[in-house]
Ligand binder design. Structure first.
Ligand SMILES: Nc1nc2c(ncn2[C@@H]2O[C@H](COP(=O)(O)OP(=O)(O)OP(=O)(O)O)[C@@H](O)[C@H]2O)c(=O)[nH]1
Ligand SMILES: [Mg+2]
Length: 421
């Protein structure tokens, strides 16, 4: 946990390849992130430079200006809208004599505060500990032993740093062990869900994914107007009567420059995304949709989920002006437009049904009576359209996704005798 900071300056660097809007939007977002940690934002300072200064990130002159502004505004922290190397962070702390944080640390801290499940808490503690490890030399940083976060404490000696390093190393090992135990439990759970069709919500943080989930499944998941309200993945039955069953999962949202430590840390949570048959990509129709679309696509690529079919869903249409909606409809004719807050998700529901219906295949099989104990498998993996108890065996017409029929074939071979249509 960060302690003892009440007002921060936001700092950014604009390199020749960065567009003005890109730098400003990112700063705007950082502003929300910092405020959500309970800290006021004093001012924003952007330096234009041909490249990042390797030792101090900003140029010498700018550092003097930043120092003056810190005094003038009585600010006690700076937050840099990029990732600082451990050396840069240490040098900045020495020169500015205040708490220095980067975007990654702020996001890590928000995750730490919002994590609810044991798995999410462990994942975030591991990510924080690993991020902190090479940065332990900074004289302003001190380990919060309870949570692996950082706070403010002056005059930490070498001895203390050595102790903290040792402590962190042991802590990292312990966290890894506990996480792998949870991982084994998750694999068991995953096996139980193997015969279900899986739909997963993805998208930028605060786009309304949990609200869509609630509307589609009549649930009551936490919905909040803040970044990263959801950190755990939750799965619910989408359609009670359908076979195979359809499950819908909600999970953590994405953000631009999502620290790779976090993607790595949340791999297992995000596995619900990688295992999905269909992704619902939720976008706030009022936000900077192009940047948000791009960010989500990039993260999906990192996760290895970029080959999964995607249904684009523009949400919060109740707030969007008609001109904008018209433009979005022209640009994305395949998208669905919803207002999840008011329960207006009927078109999305239909689209999901159509998606699976179009991909389903129907086969007719004969099952010997001696294998009738396999009927329960068949009912789990497919929809039974017709069943006829004949002398030569049970004739059944089944409908399911080709992959699921293949699995049944594999499961029941050699008793899965397919008959010509
Ligand atoms: N006006 C309007 N607001 C909406 C709609 N859907 C969601 N919201 C609001 O948007 C905010 C974020 O909604 P969430 O469902 O928590 O968003 P999320 O994508 O799950 O966010 P994270 O879990 O933080 O990534 C909440 O304040 C919702 O009430 C909508 O259709 N219209
Ligand atoms: Mg959510």
């Amino acid at each position: 946990m960060f302690s003892g900071w009440h007002r921060a300056l936001l700092l950014s660097l604009q390199l020749p390849e960065d567009a003005d809007a890109q730098v400003q939007d990112s700063l705007e977002e950082l502003h929300l992130l910092v405020e959500s940690l309970g800290c006021e934002v004093g001012d924003r300072i952007v330096q234009t430079r041909p490249q990042i200064h390797p030792a101090t990130f900003f140029g010498k002159g700018k550092l003097g200006f930043i120092k003056d502004t810190l005094h003038r505004l009585d600010a006690d922290a700076v937050v840099v809208d990029r990732t600082l190397s451990p050396k840069q962070q240490q040098n900045l702390e020495q020169q500015l004599k205040c708490l220095v944080l980067d975007r990654t640390q702020v996001i890590l801290e928000i995750f730490a505060r919002n994590a609810r499940s044991r798995a999410a808490q462990l994942q975030i503690q591991l990510a924080q500990s690993e991020y902190l490890f090479p940065r332990l030399v900074g004289m302003w940083q001190h380990l919060d032993r309870e949570r692996g976060g950082i706070g403010l404490s002056r005059g930490m000696g070498e001895k203390q740093i050595g102790k903290d390093r040792h402590y962190l190393q042991r802590r990292i090992a312990k966290l890894r062990t506990e996480l792998s135990r949870l991982e084994r439990e998750r694999v068991t759970q995953k096996k139980r869900r193997a015969h279900c069709l899986r739909v997963s919500l993805v998208g930028y943080t605060n786009a309304g994914k949990s609200t869509v989930m609630n509307a589609l499944t009549n649930s009551d998941l936490l919905v909040e107007d803040r970044l990263f309200a959801t950190l755990d993945s939750t799965t619910r039955l989408l359609e009670a009567g359908s076979r195979p069953k359809v499950l819908l999962s909600d999970t953590v949202g994405f953000i631009r420059n999502l620290p790779t430590e976090l993607i790595k840390a949340f791999q297992s949570t995000l596995e619900t995304v990688r295992d999905a048959d269909l992704l619902l990509h939720v976008v706030d129709a009022n936000d900077d949709f192009e940047a948000h679309l791009q960010t989500t696509r990039q993260v999906l690529e990192v996760l290895g989920a970029n080959c999964i079919p995607v249904q684009l869903v523009f949400n919060k249409t109740d707030q969007a002006d008609p001109m904008r909606l018209g433009m979005l409809k022209r640009l994305y004719p395949e998208a669905v437009f919803v207002s999840a807050l008011n329960g207006g998700v009927a078109t999305l529901q239909e689209r999901i049904q159509t998606f699976f219906k179009q991909r389903m295949k129907t086969v007719t099989i004969r099952l010997d009576y001696q294998h009738s104990q396999r009927l329960s498998d068949i009912y789990e993996w497919s929809r039974v359209d017709h069943i006829d108890y004949r002398e030569e065996g049970i004739l059944m017409t089944l409908t399911s996704l080709p992959g699921y029929l293949n699995r049944l074939r594999h499961h029941l071979a050699p008793n899965f005798t397919e008959l010509p249509a």
